[in-house]
Design a protein around this ligand. Structure first.
Ligand SMILES: NC(=O)C1=CN([C@@H]2O[C@H](COP(=O)(O)OP(=O)(O)OC[C@H]3O[C@@H](n4cnc5c(N)ncnc54)[C@H](O)[C@@H]3O)[C@@H](O)[C@H]2O)[C@H](O)CC1
Ligand SMILES: [K+]
Length: 480
């Protein structure tokens, strides 16, 4: 587990109703429990807290420890700078307790003169995962002060030795780290305590994933993604339009390549229309489209593209030759079902519904979520890419992990919502996200836009109306 993942999990936990207060309470309680298990009770304990949430965990630990130990809390820094609500709350509780001694230390010179020889245990909650650069004063003096007692008192760090990864760091006997060992941590002993994340969080896609996937990449046009959508045929023009429209709210540029006949019916200043001669795509369009693909960051191929033999051949050749990450959807899936070998070595997302999944793999997808996930994962591993199986719960896998999405509603059975989804996944790929994250967050945003439009209009909405709610869905995520 990486630290970035922890932020995603925290946001998703909040979405499930697990509050930062609960996490902090469990973290601090876990520290206190570990100390008592290792060193017993009736101890004299000094807790050094900073003004971030690491310090907040220290406040909670101090309260738990105060029941059967003699506890002093040293707040290093300005009380007014205690950052989060939950840390403030726990600080205020301590201030009301006669049996916990509190001292606020703002002055480095004063810290240098402190005598800690009366303490059996020193808890180090100065800095945690929010540390940026070498520790600054007065934290630095507090770290040096604690280190004077290494080998004399037991030193227990909350999450990680304060100052880490710089050399100015607490010489801890061990650190109490939360829920998982982090890949970034090394060079100190860790005791892992769980703080109440449910297993769900390994699999459920939530606003945390979306926030990360939607981060703005740059200030200049084109830095926030360019997408090419290839679709449409003599029979369909709406599907590639919906895919492009959905994507246009996320990326800077969307090229919509369509056969000239159906392209006549499209006029939308948000898209760059690229009509190609004829009624259907065929291999004679390959060179032009591969050249256009050079200009973009990702490609969506398939919406409304039809099932003409010449078109299916075109789709397979394009996929085989294109070097960009791709989303393959709708009739595009049926084309590659005839030769899955064209996917070899590519970065891609397939977006089948249950019927298309059967055509692709010759098996029916089972009913239960866990069973379905197992099958999607197996097939994703076989083809070496990501599959997003659409349904009341969307299931996504890259062959290693699997995710599921539960935003969305019954109104989304209306035609075209799958096309919007393909466009969203393509847009997220164009922003530089992994195929797994693009597929997961695409499903999440599509369903969320569906939930927003249902809120406004009831269940009888159309795919275009859903697409138009994408900005609101993004705003919701950003503000969550
Ligand atoms: N999900 C979890 O694992 C949970 C973790 N918890 C604890 O929260 C901390 C991370 O908290 P955060 O507030 O993000 O950061 P810090 O407490 O580490 O410190 C930020 C604080 O310190 C200042 N600062 C940053 N760098 C420096 C520096 N080099 N010198 C001096 N001061 C610095 C900055 O300005 C901030 O004010 C995590 O480690 C866990 O302990 C939650 O309690 C439970 C959920
Ligand atoms: K710490």
């Amino acid at each position: 587990m990486r630290i970035e993942d922890v932020y995603v999990w925290d946001i998703n936990a909040k979405w499930l109703g697990i509050t930062p207060y609960q996490l902090m309470e469990n973290a601090g309680a876990g520290v206190a429990r570990t100390i008592e298990e290792r060193f017993g009770k009736g101890l004299r304990i000094a807790v050094f807290s900073g003004t971030g949430n690491n310090g907040g965990d220290g406040f909670v630990a101090a309260r738990h420890l105060s029941f059967e130990n003699d506890v002093t809390v040293f707040l290093v820094g300005d009380e007014a700078k205690i950052r989060s609500e939950e840390a403030k709350h726990n600080w205020e509780i301590l201030k009301g307790l006669e049996f916990v001694k509190i001292r606020v230390l703002k002055d480095s010179a004063y810290i240098k003169g402190l005598d800690l020889s009366g303490y059996d245990v020193i808890v180090d909650a100065l800095l945690g995962a929010g540390t940026r650069g070498e520790p600054r004063e007065p934290i630095r003096s507090a770290i040096e002060k604690i280190n004077e007692y290494a080998g004399k008192a037991k030193i227990v760090s909350v999450d990680l030795p304060s100052g880490y990864p710089s050399d100015v760091r607490v010489k801890a006997d061990f650190a109490v780290t939360f829920q998982w060992d982090k890949e970034e941590y090394e060079g100190f002993e860790r005791v892992i305590v769980k703080i109440g994340y449910p297993r769900e969080l390994y699999h459920l896609v939530g606003p945390g994933d979306a926030k990360f996937a939607l981060r703005k990449r740059g200030q200049h046009k084109g830095q926030n993604g360019r997408l090419l959508v290839i679709g449409g045929s003599s029979s369909y023009y709406g599907a590639p339009y919906l895919a492009s429209k959905g994507a246009s709210y996320i990326v800077d540029l969307v090229y919509l390549a369509m056969p000239a006949e159906p392209a006549k019916r499209i006029s939308d200043p948000d898209l760059i229309l690229r009509p190609l001669p004829g009624e259907n795509f065929s291999t004679e369009h390959l060179d032009d489209l591969l050249e256009l693909a050079e200009k973009v960051d990702a490609v969506v191929i398939g919406p409304g593209i039809g099932l003409a033999e010449e078109t299916k051949e075109f789709v397979r050749e394009f996929v085989r030759l294109c070097e960009k990450p791709m989303v393959i959807d709708a009739d595009g899936l049926k084309a590659i079902a005839e030769d899955l070998g064209v996917l070899k070595g590519k970065a891609f997302v397939l977006t089948p519904h249950a019927g298309e999944f059967s055509v692709l793999f010759g098996v029916k997808s089972p009913e239960g979520l866990i069973e379905r996930a197992g099958l999607v994962r197996e097939k994703a591993r076989e083809i070496g890419g990501v599959i997003l199986l659409k349904g009341p719960y969307d299931v996504i896998s890259d062959g290693e992990t699997w995710k599921y999405n539960r935003t969305g509603n019954r109104g989304m059975t209306t035609g075209g919502t799958g096309d919007v989804l393909a466009g969203l996944v393509g847009a997220l790929l164009a922003l530089g996200n992994s195929p797994l994250r693009s597929a997961s967050v695409g499903a999440f945003l599509n369903g969320l836009a569906g939930d927003i439009v249902k809120e406004e209009l009831g269940e009888n909405f159309t795919a275009l109306e859903l697409a138009k709610r994408i900005p609101k869905a993004v705003k919701w995520v950003e503000e969550f």
